[in-house]
Design a protein around this ligand. Structure first.
Ligand SMILES: [Cu+2]
Length: 177
């Protein structure tokens, strides 16, 4: 999934640990400009919550040649279930602040907390759209959320932390072409 395909889905607010902004204009195609953007000392983090994605292994992509969905490059891909909900795809794009380059193999930890719940650690996979290439490389997973609920997502990457406050979208998203 490209950054362009992810419309802004929720309101990002300022936190003490990261500067967050609303989604960048849809005209941008930079890997870390879409969705909710936060900056740490070394990284630009762009978090999006979109429709669930079909996930494939590299072998499946070669054999089946899917036209959409994502290929798993590493990490853990197990669905995460919160209390109630609908499936979403949480993706975190990571770029270097200094160079703008996509950061691969970074193994961020991602914690997800619903309003009344404890934070749970999200199993994190590394993936990219089957036809998107390296610019779409991101971290995340499919995860179930209650539509309309408020969630706090905390990302820790090499000791740097960013916190995102989102409202889970209620409506179906625009699917990518
Ligand atoms: Cu993904």
């Amino acid at each position: 999934m490209t950054a362009r395909a992810l419309a802004p889905v929720a309101v990002a607010v300022l936190t003490s640990t990261a500067l967050a902004s609303n989604a960048a204009p849809s005209s941008t195609t930079a890997p870390c400009a879409g969705g909710h953007v936060a900056r740490t000392a070394s990284y630009v983090l762009a978090l999006s919550l979109g429709p669930p994605e079909a996930m494939y292994t590299l072998a499946q992509v070669k054999a089946e040649r899917p036209r959409s969905g994502e290929v798993m490059l590493g990490g853990a891909m197990s669905p995460m279930h919160m209390a109630m909900g609908r499936a979403y795809h949480l993706e975190l794009h990571v770029c270097s602040r200094s160079s703008g380059a996509v950061v691969t193999g970074a193994a961020p930890t991602i914690w997800v907390a619903e309003a009344k719940g404890m934070a749970k650690r999200l199993p994190v996979a590394e993936m990219e759209g089957v036809r998107s290439g390296r610019s779409d490389y991101h971290y995340g997973n499919n995860v179930a959320f209650a539509p309309g609920s408020r969630v706090t997502i905390t990302v820790v990457l090499r000791g740097e932390r960013a916190t995102f406050h989102l409202v889970v979208p209620k409506a179906a998203h625009t699917m990518k072409p």
